[in-house]
Ligand binder design. Structure first.
Ligand code: FDA
Ligand code: NAD
Length: 386
């Protein structure tokens, strides 16, 4: 058996959270050789959201979108990791994790041990084969999670120029990819949460499936407390096993603002949870502490020339405002969500940076609303006054 390689800190997974955690470790101070990132992927951490947007056109290629450019930060090229003495262990899938002995084993039988582990394995794609759909193995059925998937998609789009595509799923992937396919001159049919039991046949050169993901927690089953399908953590992202942290998509953490446990599969939380965990780890080592994670949910998407942001919670009564006429030159519209007489969430399409900041402030402050009709009329002006 090969000798184990030991690191003080291991980040398992090499996606968004790994890149932001590595940057935070470097900021806080680590010695060469202390930190390793182990990733199944063959490239250094990158901003995954690019895969369903710029990558499909394709003007966006690596190294252009390595973390942390997505939040306006420094682009961490592979050289950055070597300069900092951070070991990037790529194309390496961990197939066994033993938290009791602090040991990870790869599919090639390499063994890694650690003092502190950050689980950042993200989500897997739900496949049609998971539903036992007939013919689901066909090679023109495509998914999108990582750069290899995106390369297959781009190749299929180029091979079937101006062809027909069926998109299964009307979530984020479905919407963003339908827009990208349409812009690439595909004839697109979306199928959302509908079973074509009636025998209808939809002709397609390619089929793209975006029917959700599942947090990749299987390596830790039975070894760590779970909740909401993820790994349960405290407000510092430490799990039920001391010294083991779970961040980003896989973490079920206390959402302080709503006083309940939540799991969030979006990039803003991936970045912020990574930074929080590393700060907490380093503070603990120094006998200090950091404030609890106090996250304001933030989601965004872009398709065609539309671009929206959402802050807070979409629960309760929704109050639409603004001009949502699709023929308007620059439609600007949104919605407030009101629960227990307070605004708890705000969506805005086509907002400026200042307007988006204003809606974020509203979702955080949760101002009371006495008159829903007046709010509807006031629209964005209400947010500007908070
Ligand atoms: P992430 O998936 O980024 O990384 C997980 C890493 O772990 C991968 O490198 C994986 O290979 C590795 N891994 C898993 N198991 C392993 C094992 N056993 N051994 C070794 N390595 C392993 N969000 C948003 O807010 N706005 C957006 O526009 C988008 N757009 C978007 C597009 C597409 C195509 C996807 C798939 C997702 C988005 N998202 C998004 C969601 C966002 O990208 C997602 O929430 C973060 O990437 C989560 O970060 P993680 O680090 O948890 O997982
Ligand atoms: P999703 O959960 O957003 O959407 C899944 C969609 O598939 C839903 O509309 C659901 O109704 C539909 N669906 C489920 N089962 C179905 C079935 N059997 N037949 C037809 N439709 C079915 O997941 P996604 O769009 O696949 O995205 C995967 C992950 O990537 C998520 O974590 C998501 O948050 C993330 N992502 C986020 C963004 C963004 O934030 N802008 C962009 C892309 C991806």
């Amino acid at each position: 058996m090969a000798a184990a390689k030991h690191f003080t800190y291991v980040i398992l997974g090499g996606g968004v959270a790994a890149g932001y955690a590595a940057r935070e470790f470097a900021k806080q101070g680590i010695k060469p050789g202390e930190l390793a990132i182990i990733s199944k992927e063959s490239v250094a951490p990158y901003e995954r959201p690019a895969l369903s947007k710029g990558y499909l056109f394709p003007q966006t290629r690596l190294p252009g979108f390595h973390t942390c450019v997505g939040s306006g930060g420094e682009r961490l090229l592979p050289e950055w990791y070597s300069e900092k003495g951070i070991e990037l262990i790529l194309s390496t899938e961990i197939v066994k994790a033993d938290l009791a002995s602090k040991t990870l084993t790869s599919s090639a039988d390499a063994i890694f041990t650690y003092d502190t582990l950050l689980i950042a394995t993200g989500s897997s794609v739900i496949k049609l084969t998971d539903f036992g759909v007939q013919g689901a193995e066909a090679n023109n059925i495509l998914y999108l999670r990582d750069i290899d998937d995106a390369d297959k998609l781009v190749a299929a789009m180029q091979a079937k120029k101006d062809g027909k595509a069926v998109v299964v799923g009307g979530g984020y992937i479905g919407l963003e990819l339908s827009a990208a396919l349409k812009t690439n001159n595909f004839d697109v049919t979306m199928v959302t949460a509908v079973k074509l039991k009636n025998g209808n046949v939809l002709e397609a050169d390619i089929v793209i499936v975006g029917v959700g993901g599942r947090p990749l927690t299987h390596l830790f089953k039975g070894q760590v407390a779970e909740e909401k399908g993820g790994i349960k953590t405290d407000a510092f992202f430490e799990t039920s096993v001391p010294g083991v942290y779970a961040i980003a998509d896989v973490a079920a953490f206390p959402m302080k603002l709503y006083n309940e446990m939540r799991r969030v599969e979006h990039v803003d939380h991936a970045r912020k949870s990574a930074e929080q965990a590393v700060k907490a780890i380093k503070a603990k080592e120094a006998g200090e502490s950091v404030p609890e994670y106090d996250y304001l949910p933030y989601f965004y998407s872009r398709s065609f020339d539309l671009s929206w942001q959402f802050y807070g919670d979409n629960v309760g009564e929704d109050v639409l405002f603004g001009d949502n006429d699709p023929t308007a030159a620059k439609p600007k519209f949104g919605s407030y969500w009101i629960k227990d007489g307070k605004v708890v969430g705000v969506f805005l399409e086509g907002g400026s940076a200042e307007e988006n900041q204003a809606i974020a402030k509203v979702a955080r402050a949760q101002p009371p609303v006495a008159d829903v009709e007046a709010l509807k009329k006031e629209g964005l002006d209400f947010a500007a006054k908070v």
